[in-house]
Write a protein that binds this ligand. Structure first.
Ligand SMILES: Nc1nc2c(ncn2[C@@H]2O[C@H](COP(=O)(O)OP(=O)(O)OP(=O)(O)O)[C@@H](O)[C@H]2O)c(=O)[nH]1
Length: 376
């Protein structure tokens, strides 16, 4: 029994997600509608009045509910309106139902008007303040109209006073909700602005924490994190450690600012060449680490040679023509997380071997060896 009730509920609401939330919102007003109709029925029964108009009321209001439910549950509302929950028409409809019930009701009618501000208060969360105020005006005019229409039929002064005061209190309450909605809208705007400021600040912090300020490449810590993630997922990769050749000389001859521009030029070219298929980081002063997942040593060596000839063959903006950018590199393979530190160490030693071998070349070591004892 519980199982079948559960599955009916699931069918009624649909699969979990945003649409289901909209369906739940649509169903929310139905208990209130049912309650209103019970109240009207009781009143009519007690007073012995004819039920004719009540039948129309029930038929039209429930048909309206069924249409809204069908549109939202089927997803048609998503195609029909940018506001897929159809909150505005649903609330306008609900307020119309309350006003009509007020018209039909007898002495218990003041209770019905409580549903007006209740409906509008849902709108404060679902709609923008302009729409809430439109609904509020609609409610005031709607109840006012019903009260005005009832006046000629009122026999006694207390009934007229009751209707007018009910309208007055409803108007004040609905107008207050409209004001409240405006305040809430301003608060939401402030929150939205703060949220976007926070997001920007977070992006800036992330950039500062993960990027090298001079070259814009990944910094050592961020690179290490990325390499650990790759190694943890058991992706074999080839690493290369590159060190600019005779960089101190560039600094000494042309000044530190030119040295900085050389680092930037190298970083830019390296990123252009490796950024799509691999990772490049500024590892230290004039050292850069390259990583290519799934690539073999031959491919990485080939790309390094391309980088070398690009750097040698092109003029660099903002740099004296006499400045030549060259580098020595060491290559090593990494197969697992436990191998990572050692692979970087091997690449470092291989790079040192390339320096010893005369610079401007790439070297590799199969195992950790003492480069001083084993020249290239
Ligand atoms: N302009 C500049 N220089 C830097 C930066 N970081 C490190 N350096 C310089 O890089 C130079 C590295 O010099 P060395 O380690 O002797 O290496 P090298 O001159 O490239 O010689 P080899 O590596 O043997 O070819 C030092 O003079 C550092 O001051 C930086 O951010 N900007």
């Amino acid at each position: 029994m519980r199982g079948s009730l559960h599955s009916i509920g699931q069918q009624l609401l649909g699969p979990p997600g945003r649409r289901r939330m909209r369906v739940q919102q649509t169903l929310l007003g139905m208990p209130a509608l049912l309650l209103m109709q019970i109240l009207l029925l009781v009143e009519h029964r007690v007073s012995g009045a004819a039920l004719g108009e009540l039948g129309w009321y029930a038929a039209i209001t429930w048909s309206g509910c069924a249409v809204f439910y069908g549109l939202v549950r089927s997803g048609w509302s998503e195609r029909l309106s940018a506001e897929a929950s159809l909150s505005l028409p649903q609330m306008a409809f609900a307020m119309g139902c309350v006003a009509w019930a007020y018209w039909l009701a007898g002495p218990l009618r003041p209770a019905l008007l409580l549903l007006m501000p209740l409906t509008l208060s849902f709108g404060v969360f679902a709609l923008d303040d302009r729409r809430v105020r439109t609904l509020s005006a609609l409610g005031i005019v709607g109840v006012g109209g019903v009260v005005a229409l009832r006046l000629p039929a009122q026999a006694a002064w207390p009934d007229v006073a009751l209707d007018l005061s009910m309208w007055l209190f409803t108007a004040v309450t609905l107008a207050s909700i409209g004001v409240l909605a405006r305040r809430l809208a301003r608060m939401r705007e402030r929150l939205r602005a703060q949220k976007s400021e926070l997001r920007d600040a977070l992006e800036r912090i992330q950039l500062l924490a993960t990027r090298d300020a001079l070259t814009g490449l990944l910094n050592r810590r961020a690179m290490m994190e990325q390499l650990q993630t790759l190694a943890r997922s058991r992706q074999p990769m080839t690493l290369a450690l590159a060190d600019l050749d005779r960089f101190k000389q560039i600094n000494d001859e042309h000044g530190h600012a030119v040295g900085d521009r050389v680092l930037q030029a190298f970083g830019q070219r390296a990123q252009q060449m490796f950024g799509e298929s691999g990772l490049v980081a500024r590892w230290g002063g004039e050292e850069f680490l390259f990583a290519m997942p799934h690539a073999d040593e031959t491919l990485l060596r080939m790309l390094l040679e391309q980088l070398r000839s690009t750097l040698a063959g092109s003029a660099h903006e903002g740099l004296p023509v006499s400045v030549r950018i060259g580098f020595s590199a060491g290559v090593a393979r990494c197969h697992a997380l436990t191998d990572l530190e050692e692979a970087i160490e091997r690449a470092d030693q291989a790079m040192y071997r390339a320096k010893v071998a005369g610079r401007g070349c790439t070297s590799s070591l199969a195992v950790v060896q003492d480069p001083a004892r084993e020249p290239a």
